[in-house]
Design a protein around this ligand. Structure first.
Ligand SMILES: [Zn+2]
Length: 367
């Protein structure tokens, strides 16, 4: 396997920016990171003659980006991600289980982990997406078997799609039962909650992660404080809020509410992860490009009040930490060599992530 030596390159290590460094990648793993150092500081023989050498040339090396909310429907989606430096995706719902398993096993492309089949209510908008039997659940007594099935199919966490009360989503006691059964099985629960009533109901039911933000009203400081108290996580997906509010304008619905929700949660100290809801799938009523949209999400997170460094953490170290991926999300010795080289310095100008110069997955250069 190729050994790669990055020289004189600034590193965003998952936390902050280092001075120019030498980074050695060997056997698919980050073998050495020496801020301020030169290749001469590496032990004799550490760099074989045929190592690929990559000069920093004013660029910045980052951990491969993680999109914490997307939908993978085929190898093409994983390949699209990697072309934009997104080396891991959190698939927030896909089916059938065979497809999800096949996508999880793909090599030489972006990696993914997945919720598999979500739980939905009997009559919400998601009930029209053509999901298989077992997606709809109305009786809390049926929940434990449904969770066991998903765990058996490999679900890395359990997803539940909630709606405002009376809008056809799962009843609060069903959501609470999902949380109880998932926690008993060692899985976190992620709730799709794109309306404020769904958001607070999901919080009350004890879900761990809330994805999407309302656009008809904003999450306020009180709700955000409750999230901090309960150690909840947010994956707001501003990209899809932006797309849907412009695609389907409606009275009282505004992107400003989504932006204000992120600002309130961020100010309160809720961990906010970068996710897009990217999807390119028959039957889903909108399409959001995979890969490029994560760079847009970073811009939107900065616009909502995060610093560029905070936005970069939201797409690297934070999702790795909160979804238990100890092998990635940082540029550190011993981690997987999932890396993105960009021009410029994205810690001062977030749009610099869009100038992709190279992408490595497990040490293999894929762009
Ligand atoms: Zn989604």
């Amino acid at each position: 396997m190729t050994t790669t030596l990055f020289t004189d390159v600034r590193v965003f290590d998952g936390d902050g920016l280092t001075e120019p460094a030498t980074v050695l990648v060997r056997d698919g793993v980050i073998a050495a990171v020496t801020p301020g150092g030169s290749p001469a500081d590496l032990p004799d023989g550490a760099v074989p003659e045929d190592a690929e050498k990559v000069a920093g040339e004013g660029g910045t090396l980052l951990p491969g980006l993680i999109d914490a909310h997307l939908h993978v429907n085929g190898r093409k989606d994983l390949d699209a991600l990697v072309q934009h430096g997104v080396t891991t995706g959190f698939d927030m719902a896909s089916w059938p289980a065979e497809l999800t398993a096949a996508m999880r096993a793909e090599q030489h492309t972006a990696g993914m982990i997945s919720a598999g089949l979500p739980f939905i209510g009997p009559a919400g908008p998601h009930s029209h997406f053509g999901m298989p039997d077992g997606a709809v659940v109305t009786d809390p007594a049926d929940v434990p078997a449904g969770v066991a099935r998903r765990v058996g199919e490999g679900s890395d966490w359990i997803k539940v799609v909630t709606e405002d009360p009376g809008q056809g989503g799962p009843e609060p006691e069903v959501v609470a039962a999902v949380v109880q059964a998932a926690h008993a099985a060692g899985r976190r629960v992620v709730a799709h909650a794109s309306h404020l009533g769904a958001f607070t109901m999901s919080l009350d039911a004890g879900v761990d992660v809330l994805t999407h933000v309302p656009t008809e009203a904003a999450v306020d400081a009180d709700v955000a404080a409750r999230m901090v108290e309960g150690a909840r996580i947010a994956i707001p997906t501003l990209s899809v809020s932006k797309t849907l509010t412009s695609m389907r304008p409606a009275p009282g619905v505004s992107y400003d509410n989504a932006r204000a929700s992120v600002a309130a949660m961020h100010e309160a100290g809720v961990p906010v992860l970068a996710g897009t809801d990217s999807v390119d799938q028959p039957g889903v009523p909108f399409s959001i490009p995979l890969g490029s949209t994560l760079h847009q999400e970073l811009v939107l997170l900065v616009d909502a009040g995060m610093t560029p460094v905070e936005a970069l953490r939201a797409a690297t170290s934070l999702p790795a930490e909160h979804f238990g991926l100890a092998d990635r999300g940082a540029v550190r010795e011993g981690l997987r060599a999932d890396l993105l080289l960009v021009g410029g310095d994205p810690t001062s100008d977030i749009t610099a992530t869009q100038d992709v110069r190279g992408v490595w997955v497990g040490g293999e250069r894929l762009r």
